[in-house]
Ligand binder design. Sequence first.
Ligand code: SF4
Length: 489
Amino acid sequence: MAINLNRSEAVIREKRLKSIIGYTGTVKDILEKTKSGCLKNRSRSFTQTTNCSSGCAQFYLSTITDAAVVNHAPIGCLSDAVGADVGYKWGQNMRNWEKKSINVINTNMSEETTVFGGRKILKAAIFEAYRRFKPKAIFVTTSCASAIIGDDIDSLVQEAEEEIGIPVVPVFCEGFRSQIWASGFDAAFQALLTRIIKPPVKKRPELVNLINFTASGSEIIKKIFDRLGLVPQFGIPFSSIDEISRMSEAAATISVCGTLGGYFGNALEQKYGVPYVTALQPHGIKGIEDWLRNLGSILNKEKEVEEYISEMQETIKPELSKLREKLKGKRAVVGMGPSFSHNYIRLLEEFGIDVVWGLSWHYDALHDHGGCPSCTLELEKSEKDVNISVNDQQNHELVNILRKYKPDIFIGRHPGQSVWAIKMGIPSIMVGDEYSAFGYEGTIEFGYRILDEITNSNLAKNLSKRITLPYTEWWLEQEEFTFLEREAK
Ligand code: SF4
């Protein structure tokens, strides 16, 4: 389905990518169902809390260095701004920048607002954001409350924009719009694509847009790209409105996360002809090689890429085989967003680790380029059929999976999950940094991190002796998918 940039709202993932949040089975089974068009979401009769798409959109846009976000919502909808602020400061620290907080204002919608409408407070908040932060653009994010009462955001932001003279851009990301919180990334990108990115003034054949979260790996990327005669433009976090507005001038777009970058990359290709590189994520050996080879073939850098690959393969060979010897046969459970989860399953299997279960928070049956996710297709090639589930961050399912499989390690990408494994005495790694296991050196480093965790598991063991899980014995004895709707025969 072509991405529609003539509207201010992004089409949600359930409709665009046939995404689901409930499933249990195997890699080969989910792909068979995907390809035959029979994949259906299985709903839950009980759910714990999960994330909402407005958090994703707000976090992502609030890290643009010279923009502001106005969240038109009750104050609780902005509670995850605390995490966004910590992440922003961490990124500033890494760059030796002066520390400042994210530029975010909430309209504090009350009962009265929900009865009489929120135009007045929203307009006041936009003016306040302009006065306080002097931004180059203001993004207005919506909430369930603003959508339910039907505030006409489009017309109001237009009025405000005419008065203050900078882009005031609506971002339609209310939580009830989509069950998939990654839809919030698409909502943020829709705002950038429709209102911030300008047509190219001149094409820059050396420039590559690199869509990521923190750009913590910027030094290694610059080093590799320099060898290829390329220059990365990291985004969207820690870039400016001006830098983002010129992303149409790049020679290609690539991402470290398929779930994150696909919408932006494909839309930029569609609108401005900037090719989007579809590849495995650059984690693990197969990942980095596929990522670089696909980039190289689009930009005619095949020779330089092959030289780099053969040099690095030689460099890491001894360490990699040492690690494989030590990690072979260890058992792991993985729990991450869909692209990270299926890419990390591959990475762990490259070390000879047996992944006994892979959870992903949702699953996109398609990607915006039209095919199935390449990371899942890559797993399908293996003789082994990995057990997987689509879990929507449901900790009660995770806890019973961990109890059942008793892995040597749990690898997660969200602190709200990894902590449960540790409480159960299972060593755990929280991959908060998207450049963990990036490329050759990162893969080796990550292998040693796993080895350290497995060989020194005292923290997890000691914690588990002192912690009582909040789940009852009744639940702990249940089959892990008791609350998941049965599959139709
Ligand atoms: S789901 Fe709705 S009410 Fe809850 S945080 Fe998200 S936008 Fe706010």
